[in-house]
Design a protein around this ligand. Structure first.
Ligand code: F1P
Length: 352
């Protein structure tokens, strides 16, 4: 593995995190300009791929693509695509591969793209923040978002902007005006959320009585929950886990104690089940937080209602701002430098 380190600068993560409304607005304009060129390439059954944060966003991208366009879509970690294609790829796969990589340089993602291209399975569409990268240059088409590149190792605006780009492309492809209108509102909503979410993120992030963070998210929000878990791990090295909400009772609930915070991506779908789920967590001594769809005050210890008029998907993207802030606040409370996460490099390049 070769290390490419990123320059550390005080407050870089904070600045990039706070820049998301601007990055999202540019992303919306960029995808609107490129969508006609992408439309023919996106036809057919789609596979979404990436590594780390970019794989987690692939999960959220694939779920929404299938839901919005009605076309089958699946997410596969890049390494599995070339190491275990026989069990990972849908049999008889024909259609686009959408490969996400902030750097556009991650070896596994490039190998997955090459594997797919060499077998003639369909066009490869890169989504990246790096215009000079192989993923931008050597693919059938690319959505390039240079304003979303993070200089920080830990991805913040890169994650949400690449995901937004994918959701926009799916909405354009399906002609889903309601979803496009909703996505268009998100930069404005994000300004408000960044402001309103800070006190809660700071209060919980700096509460060192909490030592384990568990994130629960349904459908596309499962990808978001895994990214929230990864932010906490990368920035703080504090124990964190992620599950599909009702999976949590099937074993993982055994770790809950009074140092556990269970963070639910609160959604319309599943809402009927969440009161009982969070009540079970509280009975085991854990603290609970619902972010997204407003819940009654007695459902969770803490709530952060988001975007009253939005759908689960819009609220989910806004919820990521809080999740990033929570991890950042915990890192600062522990005296860790979020710009220099332990054992991590900005790009994982394989030498074998
Ligand atoms: C993907 C990634 C990041 C992770 C780490 C290593 O990078 O796995 O998610 O935080 O920095 O790289 P990329 O392919 O999106 O550039």
């Amino acid at each position: 593995m070769v290390t490419k380190s990123s320059p550390a600068a005080a407050g870089l993560t904070e600045r990039e995190l706070s820049d998301q409304p601007r990055a999202w607005a540019r992303t919306i304009a960029c995808v609107a300009e490129q969508v006609e060129q992408l439309r023919p390439l996106l036809a057919g059954q789609a596979v979404f791929t990436g590594c780390g944060s970019s794989y987690f966003l692939a999960i959220a991208a694939a779920r929404v693509h299938q839901q919005v366009t009605g076309r089958p879509a699946t997410a596969i970690p890049a390494s599995e695509l070339f190491l275990a294609a026989d069990s990972a790829l849908p049999s008889g796969q024909r259609g686009p591969l959408v490969a996400f990589s902030r750097s556009g340089d991650t070896t596994e993602t490039l190998r997955a793209a090459a594997y797919y291209r060499d077998r003639g399975l369909g066009p490869v569409i890169g989504v990246t923040a790096n215009a000079e990268s192989p993923l931008a240059r050597d693919t059938s088409a690319a959505i390039v978002l240079p304003w979303a590149d993070d200089r920080s190792i830990v991805m913040t605006r890169g994650f949400t902007s690449m995901l937004l780009a994918s959701w926009l492309a799916s909405a354009h492809l399906a002609g889903d005006q309601a979803f496009l209108t909703e996505l268009g509102r998100l930069p404005g909503e994000a300004v408000t959320v960044l402001d309103q979410a800070r006190p809660l993120a700071s209060g919980l992030g700096r509460n060192l009585g909490l030592g384990r963070f568990i994130y629960l998210g349904l459908a596309e929000q499962y990808g978001l929950a895994r990214e929230a878990m990864l932010k906490m791990k990368e920035m703080t090295q504090v124990a964190s886990e992620a599950y599909s909400p009702l999976e949590f009772r099937h074993g993982p609930i055994s770790v809950v104690d009074d140092s556990t915070l269970v963070v639910l991506f609160s959604t319309e779908r599943g809402a009927d089940y969440y009161r009982a789920l969070l009540s079970d967590v509280r009975r085991c001594g854990g603290q609970t937080l619902a972010v997204g769809l407003p819940v009654a005050p007695d459902v969770a210890n803490f709530t952060l209602p988001l975007g009253g008029e939005l759908s689960d998907r819009g609220r989910g993207l806004l919820a990521m701002l809080f999740m990033q802030l929570l991890a950042l606040e915990r890192a600062l409370a522990l005296g860790r430098n979020p710009e220099q996460p332990q054992n991590l490099t900005r790009v994982v390049e394989l030498t074998q």
